[in-house]
Design a protein around this ligand. Sequence first.
Ligand code: ADP
Ligand code: MG
Ligand code: MG
Length: 328
Amino acid sequence: LLLPLAGCDKRADALIEIGGPTMGTYYSVKIARPPASMTAETLKPDVEVVLDQVIAEISTYDETSELSRLNRNPSTDWIPISSNLYDVIAEGQRIALLTDGAFDITIGPLVNLWGFGPEQRPDALPSSEEIQVARARVGWQKLDVRATPPAVRKARADLYIDLSALGEGVGADRVSALLEARGVADYMIAVAGAIRAKGRNAKGQPWAIAIEEPMPDLRSVHRVIPVSDRALSTSGDYRNFFERDGKRYSHEIDPMTGAPVERNLGSVTVIGESGMVVDGLATALMVMGEARGQAFAEARGLAAFFIVREGETLRGFGTPAFQGYLDR
Ligand code: ADP
Ligand code: MG
Ligand code: MG
């Protein structure tokens, strides 16, 4: 039995809980048995500085962010970027290669065209001409990435990079790094659907993470799974979408068609080591759909859980690597 010891520098009974708005959504942090000097009041501003820093690097919603400035930069030569921005772009390119382009960080023009970006959603659906024009600007091979010194090169001046599919995971990773540096051993960080859990909760058990039913306006739990020392991310079509003429358009765009994915796949949850990686993979599996997504996840040994709508019912299933979380 390995329960964390309540030494003299740990407050065995204490639980710190903080949270607030970030990235157009919410974050929360729970810490069990925090270091003696740590309080919610002192921790909160430090966590928010870290999250604001992520926004200042990779947000397309912040016009002054490094990414927004890069997107406005018309140069087709190498453009130097910060190593933090490099890390996220390079991971996006790695997942694009891995997923045969189902995941594509140059998807921005299509995301914006369909009204899921920083601009206001137009009243009418985009025309096929508009989609073709936007598609010509999209394609991860149009972006070169260099590590030393960190830089990118656009094949087209009007390339537009969108890192939103990775952002929440990056936020969770960075807050995790902050807590690690402060000697926190037991925490659960959630930036919307991206989670990092470490150690044990206040009761000395693994953190319990709820996977929601993929239903709009309804916050019911499909499954609760124990997670510690892992990152988890859920992507779904049930929060960020709009409806027109009885049809649901969700914010995951298939680069092959230039349109929102249309399937019965309600959500995908991925568990792994890094918040950024699982956030990206969850989005990628949503874009691939249940059949291709499941085959891809199983071939690579990914721990993934899919929830599919079948008429009025929901069917959830995990890959073999996910079974360990379901059995416990
Ligand atoms: P959430 O924002 O709810 O966490 P995701 O992590 O799945 O959801 O990210 C969805 C966002 O990713 C979209 O709003 C869009 O900005 C971007 N996106 C949409 N389609 C793709 C795609 N095929 N590849 C990469 N990013 C995408
Ligand atoms: Mg994602
Ligand atoms: Mg996400």
